[in-house]
Write a protein that binds this ligand. Structure first.
Ligand SMILES: [Zn+2]
Length: 354
């Protein structure tokens, strides 16, 4: 769901980001714990989501705070393990210290299943893994949700990552690999991809709540999991995160309502019959430069259309909003000047529930 250029987050990438500015921004080594100070977690979320490679603008968390935002999310398109490497690197520590200084919440999200059920287990036990449409078990993406061993392994690793990432909100985002298809084995095939994902999320939240009773796990509605679950109900603590990446941005979302239109508002309405609106998050792409060709800006920002979208979402009871903000980096400022849409985005969200 990201620009292919951002899909590989390597150690070289971290070093590159550091060289491009992050480390130079440090006002000294972070003191004590890298965990950010908890801000008001009960407040409606106003957040940005970014991959580390695009964090080349000076003090993004400080800018986010200045813009009226209260949550900064680090994202990896493929792997919690890779994001953890960044968090533990010097640039990662600097970034978390900046979040602490800005008193802004920190979260982490990633397409996680390949690390929750490590792919190297395939040789030992293919039954952990998903069956494709041709009836073959494959380690490519996700796993078999009727494998008790796979669910157990996923749960144990989710707990491990929950301990390792210094999130300040108690919300955890373990997304399916590439938002792609799940298992087609005889036991799984009658469950939709959304239902299979929810089976996993229900298992993860149960495991996380043994140590952290208030833990929450996102159900990401996106691509294959965009249709609402039909057979499985969310366990307490599983909330909707709705990411209509394939919607149109040239017209207001209120004009995209057909059930046959990709990622239309109809899908949100169906999901809100399963998940409560008051805990649901919208994960949008309003200020993600990489979402819009050529991927380097200028962002086709239309404030009125954005405000109309906010009205549409809030009329359905949505209170929590995030946008990807990839590509809003030092290069963008050089090419197009200061991104005024960031404070316009943040301030509008701030005004929503005042
Ligand atoms: Zn299966």
């Amino acid at each position: 769901m990201q620009n292919p250029k951002l899909r590989t987050l390597t150690r070289r990438g971290f070093v590159g980001a550091a060289a491009a500015g992050l480390v130079a921004l440090s006002t000294g080594r972070p003191r004590g714990s890298s965990q950010a100070a908890p801000a008001d977690v009960a407040a409606p979320i106003r957040g940005v989501v970014m991959v580390p490679e695009t964090l080349t603008l000076e003090n993004w968390p400080g800018r986010a705070k200045q813009a009226g935002l209260n949550t900064f999310v680090l994202h990896h398109p493929e792997s919690p393990e890779a994001l953890l490497q960044y968090v533990r690197s010097d640039p990662g520590k600097v970034l978390l210290a900046q979040c602490t200084a800005a008193r802004i919440n920190v979260e982490f999200d990633f397409h996680a299943m390949r690390d929750l059920v490590p792919r190297e287990l395939f040789d030992k036990d293919p039954s952990l893994f998903r069956m494709d449409d041709q009836g073959r078990r494959t380690p490519v993406r996700n796993f078999c949700v009727h494998s008790a061993a796979a669910l157990q392994t996923a749960s144990e690793n989710a707990v491990k990552y929950a301990r390792a990432f210094p999130t300040t909100t108690g919300c955890f985002y373990y997304w399916s690999d590439a938002c792609a298809a799940w298992c087609r084995c005889p036991k799984c095939r009658d469950l939709s991809d959304s239902d299979q994902l929810l089976v996993v999320e229900n298992a993860l939240v149960a495991a996380l709540r043994k140590a952290q009773p208030e833990a929450k796990v996102a159900h990401l509605a996106c691509h294959a999991s965009m249709p609402a679950p039909q057979q499985i109900k969310p366990a307490p603590g599983v909330f909707l995160q709705y990411a209509p990446v394939r919607r149109r941005y040239d017209i207001p979302y209120s004009e995209q309502t057909g059930r046959d239109e990709v990622d239309s508002l109809w899908f949100l309405e169906q999901n809100l019959k399963v998940f409560p609106a008051k805990t649901a998050q919208v994960l949008e792409y309003w200020i993600d430069v990489t979402r819009f060709p050529p991927g380097t800006g200028p962002l086709p920002w239309n404030r009125d259309r954005f405000l109309a979208d906010l009205k549409t979402y809030t009329s359905l009871g949505i209170r929590h909003f995030k946008s990807f903000a990839n590509g809003v980096d030092a290069g963008y400022v050089k090419r197009h000047g200061e991104p005024t849409f960031v404070p316009e985005f943040g301030r509008a969200l701030e005004k929503l529930f005042q």
